[in-house]
Design a protein around this ligand. Sequence first.
Ligand code: IDP
Ligand code: MG
Length: 139
Amino acid sequence: MKTDITFTMVKPDAVNSGHIGLILDKITKAGFKFVAIKYTHLTIEQAGAFYEVHQERPFYRDLVTFMSSGPIVAAILQKENAVADFRKLIGTTDPSKADEGTIRKAFAKSIQENAVHGSDSNENATIEASFFFSNFERF
Ligand code: IDP
Ligand code: MG
């Protein structure tokens, strides 16, 4: 049983810019182990379901369109204190406010096209991981 996991996506902007390799390298060097990984392309319906918690927010429709605009890399990551440490590694939602050395500071284009997703709690990490991966796809 894997505990202390978080869930991430390399978003369509970063995939399109050719940054998959650099981002996965930063994640690896920060001490995260890959429990599961896949390259996929979300439908509008899937992106809408994944971000359902944000459906009342003004940016929801644009976010769903963006997240289904091209392929993504989805992964489950394992590390002690995974959720909090990964949020620190990726930086703030708005990349103009992100700390030097964070993934969003290096690769994000805007508050929407911000290169990576990271779960915000252990509960959501579990829900998001199960949205993408079965137990047979986790090692
Ligand atoms: P997070 O990804 O840092 O956890 P959330 O507030 O959960 O940020 O928002 C989910 C995603 O929605 C963000 O990563 C970003 O792509 C997009 N988003 C958040 N706030 C805005 C906004 O004000 N304008 C446009 N897109 C936004
Ligand atoms: Mg969030």
